[in-house]
Design a protein around this ligand. Structure first.
Ligand code: SAM
Length: 274
């Protein structure tokens, strides 16, 4: 929930098409600032799961990626996929924002470690069935999607049986609190069970310019189990001591009390052939 004034904030239902039409251009507008602000922390070939700084090298949620076909959904500038390549995996990026992918290409050229990437959306993956051993998202795509059932079904479709699915999202309990890194952000002000999306509307045009969707922990369990996934991990990284970073609503002030990031790990084990 970054601010892009002049906008007014609403809570209301939005379709998948409306979410995509808002978030693609929003990420195009925001990409330069995002990479300038967070690029160093992310590392050109680094894999962090969230603002707490937990790395995949520490977490090992994906399992062994060497010699595996790997898809990153919501890949941004491809930092995580570049790390996967450095471990011997064949990773590919997919993102809704052309400007994010241009940053990915810039880092490809600067590092000489390219990540083949494609413009697209998580709800219509441009890949054949059974193409990948691992699909992952580090804060990519999932909370920007209305039609999350289709996104998870698409992941299941492109994964091989026994493949891994892992993703990080804003911890669902954060939905209860204002998006404020200070003390004010510690007082619950809305219902955990209210799934009504967070919507920013451009004051001048009246168009929806940014959307975030919320699901509870139980929603995620039902979504994954319903598509043939067996959940193996739910990580809730603690805020490290002496970690000074403030990232949107994430900070040491809040991190002492409440989790900011949830990382799910699951294995694709359908009981019937799709
Ligand atoms: C918070 S960034 C995370 C990017 C990268 N994983 C990182 O850690 O920097 C979220 C990314 O999701 C992408 N995104 C948003 N909606 C998407 C969708 N429907 N399909 C694919 N990517 C999407 C955005 O363009 C953006 O690059």
């Amino acid at each position: 929930m970054e601010n892009h004034p002049p906008v007014r904030v609403e809570r209301r239902a939005v379709s998948e098409e409306e979410s995509r039409r808002a978030n693609g251009p929003d990420w195009d507008r925001y990409a330069d600032e995002y990479q300038a602000t967070h690029g160093e922390f992310l590392g050109d070939a680094g894999f962090v799961w969230g603002p707490e700084g937990l790395t995949e090298a520490e977490a090992r949620v994906l399992g062994d990626v060497a010699d595996r076909d790997v898809l990153e959904v919501g890949s941004g500038a491809g930092q995580c996929s570049r790390w996967v390549r450095a471990q011997g995996g064949r990773s590919y990026g997919l993102d809704l924002s052309m400007r994010q992918l241009q940053h990915s290409r810039r880092i490809d050229l600067e590092t000489g470690a390219p990540v083949p990437s494609v413009l697209g959306t998580a709800t219509a993956l441009p890949f054949a069935d059974d193409s990948f051993d691992v699909v992952f998202s580090s804060f990519g795509a999932l909370q920007f999607i209305s039609d999350i059932e289709t996104a998870v079904a698409e992941t299941a479709r492109v994964l091989r049986r026994g493949g891994r699915y892992a993703f990080s999202i804003t911890h669902p309990t954060r939905w209860m609190f204002p998006d404020d890194p200070g003390e004010e952000g510690l007082t619950a002000s809305q219902s955990y069970w209210d799934r009504t999306p967070y919507v920013e509307v451009d004051d001048e045009t009246g168009r929806v310019s940014y959307v975030e969707h919320h699901r509870t922990l139980g929603d995620w369990v039902a979504l994954l189990a319903g598509q043939g996934f067996v959940i193996t991990d739910l990580r809730e990284p603690e805020w490290p001591d002496n970690h000074e970073r403030v990232w949107g609503g994430w900070s040491g002030v809040r991190g002492q009390f409440t989790p900011g990031t949830a990382i799910f790990g699951a294995t694709y084990s359908p009981t019937t052939t799709p």
